[in-house]
Design a protein around this ligand. Structure first.
Ligand code: DGP
Length: 112
């Protein structure tokens, strides 16, 4: 299947990855809309939020666990937004489920 985010997850297309495990990959958005703008995607091809089912929803729970961990690592202690666009009228331009994490680093970042 020809999918941009599947190719990024597989490392076939370069990206600035900030996290990856067996289930999800996180990388900086190429067109940032906030000082910190990361995309978190499942490795599994799920086309959109409309395609979340009981069979694959555990992946979404894991995405949010990773977001909580990443937010701390990226210095977003003061809060951040998580956005998922769905379908043409929802502004979804890449047909692979993805979660935008948008925020700005706290003054205490980097730690130490
Ligand atoms: P959406 O509009 O919700 O489908 O968001 C898609 C996002 O993906 C958009 O903010 C730009 C980003 N994006 C598109 N192509 C690439 C790419 O090749 N690399 C990276 N890192 N981000 C991309």
């Amino acid at each position: 299947m020809d999918c941009l985010f599947c190719s990024i997850a597989a490392g076939e297309i370069p990206s600035k990855k900030v996290y990856e495990d067996d289930t999800v990959v996180a990388f900086y958005d190429v067109d940032p809309q906030a000082p910190v703008h990361v995309l978190v995607i499942p490795r599994q091809h799920i086309a959109s939020p409309d395609d979340i089912t009981p069979d694959n929803s555990a992946v979404v729970a894991h995405v949010f666990e990773v977001i909580a961990k990443l937010a701390k690592e990226l210095g977003l202690e003061n809060g951040y937004r998580v956005v998922t666009n769905c379908g043409k009228d929802g502004g979804q331009s890449v047909q692979h489920l993805h979660f935008h994490v948008l925020g700005k680093r706290s003054l205490a970042w980097p730690p130490g």
